[in-house]
Design a protein around this ligand. Structure first.
Ligand code: SF4
Length: 63
């Protein structure tokens, strides 16, 4: 599973970083999503799916 993020639609809500802090952070200046690790370890796949569901702007996806 690999994470894709579109910072042009991210509204900086921070749900991704709260849900999966191992994989997501937010930029200091704009608050938009930073992907710390694109390749998702198997044990974090459910967590990433939850983060994708909780993101209010649809900025992140995982396939
Ligand atoms: S949850 Fe979505 S909108 Fe919020 S910071 Fe993460 S990617 Fe951006």
């Amino acid at each position: 599973m690999e994470i894709k993020a579109d910072t042009t639609v991210c509204i900086g809500a921070g749900m991704c970083a709260l849900t999966a802090p191992q994989l997501f952070d937010q930029s200091e200046d704009e608050g938009t999503v930073l992907v710390l690790q694109r390749e998702v370890p198997p044990e974090l796949e459910d967590t990433v799916r939850r983060a994708v569901t909780l993101c209010p702007s649809g900025a992140i996806s995982a396939t």
